[in-house]
Ligand binder design. Sequence first.
Ligand code: GDD
Ligand code: MG
Length: 395
Amino acid sequence: MRLETFRYTERFGSVIMRDVQKVLELDSGWNEEDELHETFAARRVEERKIKAIEEKMAIIIPTRDEKLRLFDGVVSGVPHECTKIVISNSERRQFDRFAMERETLKQYCQFTKNQAYILHQKDPHIGEALQAAGYTDILDENGIVCDGKAEGMILGIFLAKLFGKKYIGFIDADNYFPATVLEYIRAYAAALSMARMPFAMVRILWHYKPKILGEGLYFKKWGRVSQITNKCMNSLISSNTGFETDVIKTGNAGEHAMSLNLAEVIPYASGFAIEPQELVSIFEHYGGVHAVSAGEKASSGIEIFQIETRNPHLHEEKGEEHLNEMVLDGLGSIFHSPLCGKETERLILDQLRHRNILSDDETPPALKLLSPPSTANFEKFREIVENHLESYSLP
Ligand code: GDD
Ligand code: MG
C-alpha cells in the first residue's frame, strides 16, 4: 500500500496527531527493492509489514440486528490473518437473529478455513467473568452487559487480550462494500506499521459517502455529525495549546484501530460517545495540561494517525434521530471534559441549539464514563471465559 507521507503534525503534551494521509495506491507491489520506497510525498508500506501486523490484530465487528447479507459481506472483507471476533447484541427472542449470524459465520469459516469467534453481549458467562474481574461499569443490575456499541467494543478489547493480540481494530457490520472493509484494515495495518511511538491509534476518514440526490448519486465528503464534532474537538485543542488548529478530521471515526496497550488504558464512554471520548480521554490524560498521574503508562507517547481511504463508504441509513443522538453524545464528551473552556462550551451549545437538538435552557447530559479495561483483574476474567471458549469458537 502506498500512502502520502505526513506533512503536518500537531502536538498536545505527549500526544502526536498526524494530519490526514491519503491512500495513494491500494497495492504497491511486492518488489522489496522499490526505489520509490519513501519519497518526499509518498511512503510505501510493504506487503509483508501489512501482513505482520494483521497477524497480530483482532478485528472486532459489533453488530445489532443488521441485515445478514451485509454482515456476511463485511466478514468476507476481513483479511485471513486477522482474528475475527463478532460481538452481537442482536435479537434472540421473536427471531433468533444471533443464531442466524452464528450460522452465517460458521459456514464462512468452513468454506474459507478461517477461525472466528462470535458471542452475544448478553451471554451470562461474560457478565459473570466481568463481575469476577471487578469490571462492573458495563454491567446492569442483573450482572449482564448493557446495550450499546461501546459496551460491545470493550468486550472486544477483553477478548483481544485473551487471545494475546497486539492490535485491535473495529469494523461496523452494516457496510455495503466488502472491499471497503479490506481497505480499512489494510490502512490500519499500514499506519500502525509506521508508528514511532509505543502507543498508537489510527482513525479512518472516508473518501466519499454516496447519497441519493434526486435521480443521481451525490458523493458527499463531510457528514453532518463529523463536521460538528471535528469543529468542537479542534476548539478544545486550540484553547488548551493556544494555537488554532484544524488537525482533527476523524472525531467520530467508528472505523479505527489501536495498539492494545493503548486500548487497555484509556477511559471510554457509553454508547455512541465512545469514539470522540477516546480522543478526549487521551488529551485529558496525556495532553500535559493536568499532571499525569502515576501508573498512566502511555505517557511515553501516543501517536494518532488519520488515513483517508479510497473506497466510498456506504452503510445503512438509520435516520435523523439517531444522527442527532450521535451529535449530542459526541459533543457531550467534549463539553464535560475538564479541558473544555468557556469558548468551546459556547460553541457546543450554539451548535446544538442551532440544530434544535437542545433548547436554550438545556445543556448536554453527562455521559456514562467507563473505566479503562486495565483496571480489571484480567486473570479472573480469563479463568471464567476460557471454560466457555469452545462455544464461542467457530467453525
Ligand atoms: N455489539 C453491539 N451492541 N453492536 C451494536 C450495538 C450494540 O448495542 N448497537 C449498534 N451496534 C453496531 C451496529 O450493528 C453497527 O454494526 C455498528 O455498531 C455501528 O452502529 P450504527 O448504528 O451503524 O452507527 P452509525 O453508522 O450511525 O455510526 C457509525 O459511524 C459513526 C461515525 O463514523 C458508528 O461506528 C459510530 O460509533 C461512529 O461514530
Ligand atoms: Mg452504520
